[in-house]
Ligand binder design. Structure first.
Ligand code: 4AD
Ligand code: MG
Length: 465
């Protein structure tokens, strides 16, 4: 069986072959029928022509509605039609599964993304969603390629965890308790010693802490897996289950971390432009006519780099000069809202900007305290159209300092004994970051809603498919 993308690019007239896929359209002429078949390998489908002389012509054609799965055997011929190099002159057609053309939800018209989300089991057969998922696949490939070429080891970090990496308390609890009858202790609270792990368990919000363990053995590692956040934010950029890529580097400081993040994003964009040219062309035409320009801009420009303090001044100046109004107030110490982040990336710098050295009060306990005692060696990469796409930092490698930070964060030092041990035995300056994989796919494709760049989105009140 030959995949359509190869036929379209390298198929030779005269070749005999069989393609398998799903019918996109069928158009009947007098003595023959045009069938467009798509197998998901490319945006474009293959046009086939079935003449009256093929076995069981009338019956086969009656069974070929949009959505039906078929195999067509035939000979390639130069195509007189425009838009395709070759077409398939059918000699035999086999129908695997018919499709009821009346009820098939994907009709030949543009459907809204909201509607397509309701048919998550079929939406990948549309042009837009199939392009998104091909690009998503290319991004994942580019990510592995980038790290493997630089001798990073891919490490699988656990999904079940007992620790809150971000210390933000946005975790989903995992339990075997019968929730209608939870064993309790003397204080009347849930008695986790009777639960599966003998203590509270959660779905991980990040693989970072375990990645740090592995970086202390392998120098450079990365994780790439699902992470979970129970934050109740119903926005176009938040999912309850999303994928995160987290490199962690020993012997690396904030500067090296920023350099890696920038080279990393550039590599992914180049890879996608090279391997998904048709899909990117499609996004540029149909979704957002700036995506190609943005991609070239990412590859060719240097990212801006400013401190948080400078970022706040830029925002304050924009407000003072009447250039911009924001919904949320701006002052040193705020956790920037996405409107602030987007102003910096989209309007001020017009390219990605890396903001560093955030106030200690708004960042996680593991970030390295700067000498000013007010800020930490954090970095966020802000992307036009998205806002924060990467969050990372140099890590606190000094034992006493880290102990203090854990306490100040209201966390339990005993729970982090192994994390602290890393600072007892051969600690090194180290750094890493987390890239939100879906936000990356949004950034590249121009898709506005994060629910449309993951095959099966999980968001509040949404757990179908
Ligand atoms: O900034 P965050 O919370 O950083 C961490 O979790 C660190 N442990 C990473 C590290 O240093 N190894 O999350 C990292 C990125 C964000 O920049 C954002 O792109 C994405 O993950 N992200 C989400 N994406 C989709 N839905 C959500 N609810 C997200 N929360 C964070
Ligand atoms: Mg963050």
């Amino acid at each position: 069986m030959t995949r359509i993308k190869h036929i379209l690019t390298t198929g030779q007239p005269g070749e005999t072959l069989t393609v398998k896929g799903w019918v996109r359209t069928k158009r009947a002429a007098k003595k023959f029928t045009f069938i467009e078949i798509n197998d998901g390998s490319s945006m474009a489908g293959l046009q086939a022509i079935a003449g009256e002389d093929i076995p069981d012509y009338a019956n086969s054609m009656a069974r070929l509605n949009t959505g039906a799965s078929i195999a067509i055997t035939g000979t390639l011929a130069e195509s007189p039609g425009k838009g395709q190099r070759v077409e398939l002159q059918a000699t035999a057609i086999e129908v695997f599964g018919e499709s009821d053309g009346e009820t098939y939800p994907l009709q030949k018209k543009r459907h809204s993304f909201e509607f397509l989300r309701e048919i998550g089991h079929l939406r990948s057969r549309t042009n837009t969603l199939s392009a998104v998922f091909r690009v998503r696949n290319a991004c994942a490939t580019a990510i592995h390629q980038f790290f493997q070429q630089q001798d990073f080891l891919w490490m699988h970090t656990p999904i079940l965890t007992a620790s809150d990496c971000e210390g933000a308390g946005e975790m989903f609890t995992v339990t075997r308790f019968n929730l209608d009858n939870i064993p309790t202790n003397k204080e009347g609270k849930a008695d986790y010693s009777q639960d599966f792990f003998g203590k509270p368990a959660y779905l991980t919000v990040s693989g970072q802490l375990e990645a740090e363990i592995m970086a202390m053995a392998f120098t450079n590692v990365y994780t790439f897996g699902p992470t979970f956040r129970a934050e109740n934010s119903n926005t176009s950029r938040h999912l309850a289950e999303f994928w995160m890529v987290e490199p962690e580097m020993a012997f690396c400081d904030l500067e090296g971390n920023m350099d890696l993040a920038e080279a990393f994003l550039k590599h992914i964009f180049s890879y996608v432009l090279e391997h998904c040219a048709d899909d990117m062309e499609f996004f540029n035409q149909r979704i957002d006519n700036t995506v190609l320009e943005t991609a070239h801009n990412i590859i060719n420009s240097e990212f801006a780099r400013i401190t948080y303090t400078e970022a706040i001044s830029l925002l304050e100046t924009a407000i003072e000069k009447g250039k911009k109004t924001f919904e949320y107030p701006v002052s040193w110490g705020i956790d920037m809202q996405s409107e602030h982040e987007r102003y910096l990336a989209e309007e001020h710098f017009k390219k990605p900007v890396i903001v560093t050295d955030y106030p200690i009060g708004i960042k996680s306990f593991y970030m390295r305290l700067n000498d000013d005692n007010k800020t930490v060696a954090a970095m966020d990469v802000l992307a036009p159209g998205i806002g924060e796409i990467i969050g990372g930092s140099q890590r606190e490698e000094r034992l006493e300092m880290l102990e203090r930070r854990i306490e100040e964060a209201g966390l339990n030092k005993e729970d982090y004994w192994w994390y602290l041990d890393l600072r007892r035995y051969g600690t090194v300056p180290h750094a890493g970051f987390g890239l939100g994989f879906e936000r990356l796919v949004q950034f590249i494709t121009g898709m506005t809603n994060i629910r449309d760049v993951i095959p099966f989105p999980r968001t509040p009140d949404n757990l179908d498919f």
